[in-house]
Design a protein around this ligand. Structure first.
Ligand SMILES: *Cc1c(COP(=O)(O)O)cnc(C)c1O
Length: 364
């Protein structure tokens, strides 16, 4: 008799559905659903990935030494305290495997990045989603949610999908209010897009405490989502734990070479940042003008709020007929919203025109 079953928490996870990339019957598809960089991969990274193909029979360096050194040099961090992963998702999952699991609680904000919820369930953690204030994480409410079994707190800063950011003083206050045996994970996937002078992506808190980790990615501004490269900066004890449980070759050769080249691409961040700031402001202004509420964003995307789930669905359907794919937000508890990635100039222009047309039709 076959009575095979996984651990119960596994079946509480819905299979992940990523941002789609195909629309039947549409010639040109414009994908603004996964916050991928507006300019594609850096040219130097494409060349490096092509070169890596010739060594595809060799195992990669399991320690990712050259990549960690390149990251350390670029961001002024000690390479010995950097761990690389198959996307930052890999590292988020490994952290939960190590510090969460059955009998523990994981705290995140209500509209925080879904991966914490998903990986938390994989591990069997009880995931607590703390209500936000105007789509901004509420530090007092998060601290109040901490219980005896809490072992991990996750904060994406800036957050995806809301785009909101917590000031450094609030992040510091969150850390200061947490017990020493609680790991705070600062997910800074959008750090390179932030232009606030007081912003620190998390390294300062990692250095000042023994129980804070910062995660980063090559999937957003560096344009390498398909390569799957992420990294974290962590205290030595956490680096030790991760090095015991990560896959021995968790970053592949092409990904490593591509990421190293992306870091070396002259002017890449500056170019992307300037484009993003300009177009995020233009998209925000145009949508607002059309009568759509746009939440303030520090990332390469905006959250457009149509007030009702029915209106958001109708807007999404309207965009699809024009080949524009954005992200529905039901899974994030925001069914009246669509998350829209800032794309190339012509893509953004088509998006603006399509949504202005939709609003004109539906204003009655
Ligand atoms: C995109 C994203 C990630 C995932 O990045 P990968 O490195 O591609 O796994 C992590 N956190 C947030 C908040 C993101 O938006």
């Amino acid at each position: 008799m076959n009575t095979l079953a996984p651990r119960p928490s596994i079946l509480s996870v819905e299979p992940y559905v990523g941002g789609s990339s195909k629309l039947p019957g549409v010639n040109r598809v414009i994908k603004l659903s996964s916050n991928e960089g507006a300019f594609g991969p850096p040219p130097g990274a494409i060349a490096a990935i092509e070169r890596a193909a010739r060594d595809a029979h060799r195992y990669p360096d399991g320690g990712a030494t050259a990549l960690r050194e390149a990251i350390g040099a670029r961001f002024a961090l000690d390479p010995a305290r950097i761990v690389c992963g198959n996307g930052s998702d890999d590292l988020l999952t490994l952290l939960i495997l190590a510090y969460g699991g059955e009998g523990t609680e994981l705290i995140m904000s209500a509209h925080g990045f879904l991966m914490y919820d998903i990986a938390g369930r994989w591990a069997g953690s009880r995931v607590i989603k703390v209500p936000e204030r105007d789509l901004v994480a509420d530090v007092d409410a998060m601290l109040a949610a901490v219980g005896a079994r809490t072992t991990m707190v996750f904060l994406a800063n800036p957050n995806n999908p809301t785009g909101s950011i917590l000031p450094q003083a609030e992040v510091d206050r969150l850390r200061a209010g947490l017990r020493g045996d609680i790991l705070l994970v600062l997910d800074s996937a959008y750090a390179e897009y932030v232009e606030r002078p007081d912003y620190d992506a998390g390294a300062a808190l990692v250095d000042a405490t023994g129980n804070t980790v910062m995660t980063r990615t090559f999937s957003k501004i560096f344009g390498l989502g398909g390569m799957r490269v992420g990294w974290c900066y962590a205290p030595p004890a956490v680096v030790d734990v991760l090095s015991r449980i990560r896959g021995p070759f968790n970053v592949n050769l092409a990904a490593m070479e591509g990421a190293i080249a992306a870091l070396a691409e002259a002017g890449w961040i500056e170019k992307n940042l300037a484009h993003n700031s300009e177009w995020r402001a233009r998209v925000t202004a145009a949508l607002t003008e059309a009568g759509i509420k746009v939440w303030p964003s520090e990332g390469n995307f905006v959250l457009a709020d149509f007030a009702t789930a029915a209106a958001a669905q109708a807007a999404d359907a309207h965009l699809k007929t024009r080949g524009l794919i954005v992200r529905a937000m039901g899974a994030y508890g925001l069914p009246a919203c669509l998350r829209i990635t800032i794309g190339a100039a012509d893509e953004n222009t088509l998006l603006i025109e399509a949504l202005a047309g939709f609003m004109a039709e539906h204003r009655g």
